[in-house]
Design a protein around this ligand. Sequence first.
Ligand code: PLP
Length: 400
Amino acid sequence: MPSEPLTIYLDYNATTPVRPEVVDAMTPYFGVCFGNASSGHGLGREAKGALEEAREAVASALGARERESVVFTSGGTEANNLAIKGTAWAAWGRGRHIITSAVEHRAVLGACHALEAQGFEIVCLPVDADGLIDPERVKQSLRTDTALISFMHANNETGVVFPIAEIGRLAREREIIFHVDAVQTFGRLPVNVDALGVDLLTISGHKIYGPKGIGALYIRPGTKIAPQMHGGEQEFGVRAGTENVAAVVGLARAALLARESMPTENERLRTLRDRLEEGILCRIPGVRRNGDRDQRLPNTSNISFQGIRADSLMVALDLEGIAVSAGAACASGSPESSHVLRAMGRRPEIDGGGVRFSLGAGTTEVEIEHILELLPPLVERVRAATGQGGGQEYNAEHNP
Ligand SMILES: Cc1ncc(COP(=O)(O)O)c(C=O)c1O
């Protein structure tokens, strides 16, 4: 049974509601147009037509010239696994050195760790206190046997955006395969595979008001990739399994709608996010922003409240009907579990982890004002309940 409707949802980096237009576009493919895209009859051809039209739309949204460069998967996690393991195994014998960062999504770090156990050498580059990566550091880490570089475009916890185009140039100069996890940026920032200089790029449907369980991997023509799913010849032999036509159609429609609304929506969200963040930093003692102020997604604010565990505050807000996140949605409840904040040099015993406010299509000014009214006394109450105070000096020192 669905739970009570939430009053205020500020967890759009975790997932988004499916737009009604997307539901409308998908609906026929659950019913009258139920064909298998691999069937040779009329219903199958109809499904195949919808699949290829959607592929064309997604390729175009990515600035990709070739429709065949888009391979649909069950989501961002599978696309990341396919990109990383698929490239690594295809490069076996030529290079076993893989470069990534310490703040990647677990779908990337997990795939890398699995490869490490199988004889690959993984280098996880550190980030600075603002969560940024230094391209010079990437350059210094390159080796003749580097098989793959994999970085995220924007971090899901802090929203910090990496200098992907710069890293892409380095990768190209040395002809090293470059993968980018663009799950948090596709549909939110311009993502063009040529401008970014990527060979592989991951996207997901449910972050952009599309359905869950659908994603895609862009594969630059000529990039060697070993399939990770074996079976039929679907998706150009790279990803076996009957395609989820309804979800694919939904992803394509969501991508189109996101592209149309991006400039105005980003401006609106940036204004609301800044209002929220500045309000919190001004009104509550002992708080700190996590992540670079400028190189950031316009909808994301990650804040530590000194002396309070982020998950305690998340629960307190939930009881008030406000949904936020303590770290990534897929991480466990403890503040220590944020590998992202730890990589930025945060100390969980003092910072308590970070509360992520991620805004989206449904966020209004009224909601932001409501939170700014509610939060200061709530933080005080939680601090009093846990016997922890917060110091003014923390704000001045850490939020220039
Ligand atoms: C940066 C990033 N990569 C990958 C994923 C995984 O995508 P999916 O949920 O579609 O498997 C997420 C989802 O939270 C994400 O934020």
